[in-house]
Each structure stands twice: as structure tokens, then as C-alpha cells.
Write a new protein. Structure first.
Length: 169
């Protein structure tokens, strides 16, 4: 590896003072060019042979020192990041759950749910509770409807069992 060529002001002015007055501009130009040339010290390679590794190691050291130095801000930032990630994960899981309804059926694209929308002055409310006769009425008025059924919540607490012969569901 070659040594980086950084010169202090004193050494630069000493070299420039030794040049002839007419070639001062040429000497400055060549000095600037020599400083801008790409050398090996720009591309430092660590012992493992990976370029840029010392840079990332330095970033982690600086970040760790800042975490220790500014504990309050670090705690707020880490808690904010963790909360944001958790909320994002919950939103993704909720959307995945909502999009997965009725996907196990062979003709899932043909399953629809009818809701009742009540309009009040200034607001509107939707209910999944509809009159019992709606299923038969929709089936007779719309030939596209092949079958209809109703869902009941008889147990209220979710403990509803159906017994057919010896089998209990």
C-alpha cells in the first residue's frame, strides 16, 4: 500500500518557493493533479480481503458510542422503530387475513355477502343482519344467483354445537 500524499501548507509553500517564478502556475497545477490521482489508499482492503469492511466497522463503532452517549434519545428512537415495525407487521397480518376469506372454496370468486345499509340524517350504517326473506327474494329476482344461505349466531359466546345422529360438530 502506498502512503497517502497529504501535504501541510508549510511543505507545499516550501516546494513552491523552490520553483522558478514563471512555472509557479504549472507547479500548482501538477500538485493538484497529484493529489487527485486515485491510489490504493482510497480502496483499503481489510485482512479478510473485503473492500469497505473497515468503513462499516467504523460506522458501527460510532453508532454504538452515540447510543451510549445519548441514552435517552437512543431509547426513544429504538422504541419508536420497534413500535413502527410491530404496527407494520400487524397491518400486514390484518390485510393478509382479510384477503384470505373464502379462498379455500373452489369457486371463491362467486361468493358474496349481502349487507343492509341504513341511512340516517348525516350518517350511514351497514349491518350484516338482514331480513330472513332476502335470500329467497334475491334468488328469484336475479337469475345469476345460484344458491343463498344465511348465517346465524345462536350461541352468542361462540359455543354452538350441531349434533347429527352420533356425530357432534
Amino acid at each position: 500500500m502506498t502512503e497517502p500524499r497529504f501535504f501541510g501548507v508549510k511543505s507545499f509553500t516550501n516546494r513552491m518557493s523552490r520553483t522558478v517564478a514563471g512555472s509557479f502556475r504549472d507547479a500548482v497545477f501538477s500538485e493538484v493533479l497529484s493529489l487527485t490521482q486515485t491510489t490504493n489508499w482510497y480502496h483499503e482492503i481489510s485482512a479478510s480481503g473485503k473492500a469497505g469492511e473497515p468503513m462499516f466497522k467504523n460506522y458501527f463503532i460510532v453508532a454504538f458510542r452515540n447510543l451510549l452517549k445519548r441514552k435517552g434519545f437512543s431509547l426513544i428512537n429504538i422504541l419508536g422503530l420497534a413500535t413502527g415495525m410491530a404496527v407494520c407487521l400487524l397491518i400486514v397480518l390484518f390485510i393478509q387475513s382479510e384477503l384470505s376469506f373464502d379462498k379455500q372454496h373452489e369457486k371463491a370468486g362467486n361468493i358474496y355477502r349481502v349487507v343492509l345499509e341504513r341511512s340516517y340524517p348525516g350518517r350511514s350504517t351497514s349491518y350484516a343482519i338482514i331480513p330472513q326473506s332476502i335470500g329467497a327474494a334475491i334468488k328469484t329476482e336475479y337469475p345469476e344467483v345460484l344458491e343463498s344461505t344465511r348465517l346465524f349466531n345462536l350461541g352468542g359466546n361462540g359455543n354452538f354445537f350441531l349434533r347429527i345422529g352420533e356425530k357432534t360438530f
